[in-house]
Design a protein around this ligand. Sequence first.
Ligand code: ATP
Length: 366
Amino acid sequence: MKVVLEGLTKQFPPRGGKGEGVTAVKNFSFEIPDGKLVALLGPSGCGKSTMLNMICGLEKPTSGKIFFGEDDVTNVSPELRGVGMVFQNYALYPHMSVYNNIIFPLGNLKGAEKMTKEAMKERAERVAKLVQIDRLMDRKPGELSGGQQQRVAIARALVKTPRLLLMDEPLSNLDARLRLQTREEIRRIQKETGVTTVFVTHDQEEAMSISDTIVVMKDGELHQSGKPQEVYDDPVNLFVAKFLGTPAINVFDGRAEKGRLMIGDDAVLDIPGVKDGPVKAGIRPEGFIYDPQGPFKCELDRVEVMGRDISIVSVNPACEAPVVRSIIDSDERPEEGIKTVRFRLRPGKVHVFDAETGERIRPDKQ
Ligand code: ATP
């Protein structure tokens, strides 16, 4: 089922009626395609949880509409929306067995939807198998690892065969290894069930690796959406460019001068058609090519070996950060003892932004 968010705004009133309220989400429009996994990505406080709460019905939008398929559900209560939720803290009942936790949502069904004990058992066994906890049915949550508890929470969210699955930072409480494993599991389960899923995270790597589409938010507004690689390769503004990628993009105070990008005194790249004046230049770590004859000069700080690649850590006074991080092929490492490193740049990995607004400036095609 596709989900359409149409001009959603959520304002929270000021505490005690005094001062300014908070606009958590501003005029947010987006279509979540049927059967896809969409990651809502943004820094803390950007409105991700508020968006999820509006989609599941726990919060009512101040304005705007939500459609599930063709149905306007803006005023439909949460229990009638057919949404499964998974939270960061699992929210399992500690005194109940895994089996009873999973079937809990089925016990609340009424009328024509009411299920027999056998039907519930069959359904619980099916989802438990899907998330691979079918051997743990008699245990209590306290007797499970964090990863296993999160699987129980996912099974419980899936047991009612939801039309939509919402996950709010589901991996945050897991250690690094389990986080990786569980995110692959979530992807597998989502693909197997084909359930339309919204996954909220502030971790760009998690969002990039798990989703069909990422939606980057800041201050309640949608900044950019698209396939993860496309958004990484073609950011619309400096915020998106900085938010995606590890190591992060290197940002420099530069100038456009007669169609050339100047960083300090170095003309580092042709940028035809860009008006003369100050700009911000973003260079991805993989955008540097080590070249002793190259135009871009930095002072070498150190070389870090990372297997196939090496990272040259250097210093340039125009860089916003204390060091410039470049990743190059290990065959091309600088010779021992040098103090200055020079680079050429890969044009597709260099982005130019308005120095004031941070909006992307696109040079003319050459
Ligand atoms: P995090 O990643 O830290 O969970 P988030 O992106 O999910 O953050 P929200 O929890 O949606 O952000 O909050 C968005 C903004 O709305 C924040 O400024 C927050 O303080 C505010 N906010 C959220 N809920 C309420 C509320 N019930 N009353 C007032 N303000 C709220």
